[in-house]
Design a protein around this ligand. Structure first.
Ligand code: HEM
Length: 90
């Protein structure tokens, strides 16, 4: 995908660095599923950090849809209806 500034998205260093941070954050979140208070604190801090960076709220569904499309492609016919329903909540 080509960006407005002519860069190719998946070769962009900022995008690549964020992709690693994103996956780490998802992994940390999964680890904390049985500690909801701690998870809430971590997510609130992450949300505040994005707000400080002035990331527009409209970016999150775009990001979420791209993430789910990738998961669906990887899982193929193993993508369950429960998973589809889960992602449709957002
Ligand atoms: C659920 C979705 C997202 C997660 C889990 C996530 C996760 C993260 C994490 C873990 C960091 C590093 C925090 C730190 O260093 O303390 C970060 C930084 C950042 N995120 Fe996100 N992010 C998400 C969505 C987005 C979106 C949609 C954008 C913009 C379109 C964005 C832009 C940024 C920027 C600009 C930074 C700071 C630069 C950097 O550290 O690479 N993030 N994000």
């Amino acid at each position: 995908m080509q960006l407005e500034n002519g860069k190719i998205l998946h070769s962009d260093n900022v995008f690549k660095a964020h992709s690693v941070k994103f996956i780490d954050a998802i992994s940390d979140g999964i680890e904390l599923l049985d500690q909801p208070e701690k998870l809430r604190k971590v997510l609130n801090e992450l949300g505040a950090m994005h707000e400080q960076k002035r990331i527009p709220v409209t970016g999150f569904p775009v990001f979420g849809n791209a993430f789910f499309a990738t998961i669906k492609e990887i899982l193929g016919n193993q993508c369950s209806i429960e998973l589809v329903n889960f992602f449709s909540l957002f």
